[in-house]
Ligand binder design. Structure first.
Ligand code: DHB
Ligand code: MG
Length: 219
């Protein structure tokens, strides 16, 4: 089945232009830098861009930059006076991301903030950020619950929050310690009782195998 998922993603790539030279360049640079190819798929990257457009996002927060692939997709949806902050713990990844964002001519809109997200998030206000229209959480899974709490603090009515990798080949419902599953499950436990956000989760297959994302709109 995995081969079929990949082939269908390639079909979408051709028909729907889920990539372009800039994005292909970013993927190559990220790969050449020896980083793991764990960024979102092409179709998923474009979906993030479309979601940001749907809500007319003017401010975006990303937790977990990696090589800047999803960052660039999201930043492309911003108007000229828009702003995006993206937080990356690994200095080498942050460096690759800065270069990739510059190659996409989006450096003026995107603030790549280096450091542990839990250290940097409390200081975003000092950098002039207050509320974000869209927040994408895609960093270390162990801190997902804390990241969601911060995302809610930085939200307004209608803010969209998206969390990557919440299915992990279906392991989310298994009694396993692998792939930070217990921490991902904590996220669902929190949402089960949290009245501040309406959410759903979608299982996905494709280029990146079987996984899924969570999305919600803040009440
Ligand atoms: C993996 C995939 C991701 O999208 C991510 O954010 C972290 C890890 C993985 O496949 O291991
Ligand atoms: Mg991810």
């Amino acid at each position: 089945m995995e081969e079929t998922w990949k082939a269908v993603d390639e079909y979408f790539e051709k028909k729907l232009k889920t990539t372009d030279d800039t994005m292909d360049h970013i993927l190559k640079e990220t790969d050449d830098a020896g980083m793991r190819q764990i960024e979102v798929s092409k179709a998923h990257g474009k979906m993030l861009y479309l979601m940001a457009k749907m809500v007319d996002a003017k401010s975006i927060l990303e937790i977990g930059t990696l090589g800047g692939f999803s960052t660039v997709w999201l930043a492309r949806a911003l108007p000229e006076d828009g702003r995006m902050a993206t937080i990356e713990a690994n200095p080498n990844h942050a460096e690759v991301a800065r270069r990739n964002i510059a190659s996409a001519e989006l450096a003026a809109l995107v603030d790549v903030i280096e450091g542990q997200a839990l250290d940097r998030l409390p200081k975003l206000m000092e950098r002039g950020y207050s509320r974000f229209d869209l927040i994408f959480i895609d960093a270390d899974k162990e801190n997902n619950v804390e990241y969601l709490k911060w995302a809610l603090k930085f939200s307004h009515k209608g803010s969209v929050i998206i969390v990557d990798n919440v299915v992990r080949h279906g392991r989310i419902i298994d009694d396993t310690e692998a792939q930070a599953i217990p921490y991902i499950r904590q996220l669902f436990d929190m949402l089960e009782h949290d009245g501040r956000i309406e959410s759903t989760a979608i299982q996905t297959v494709g280029q990146k195998g079987y996984d899924g994302f969570l999305m919600g709109v803040v009440k």
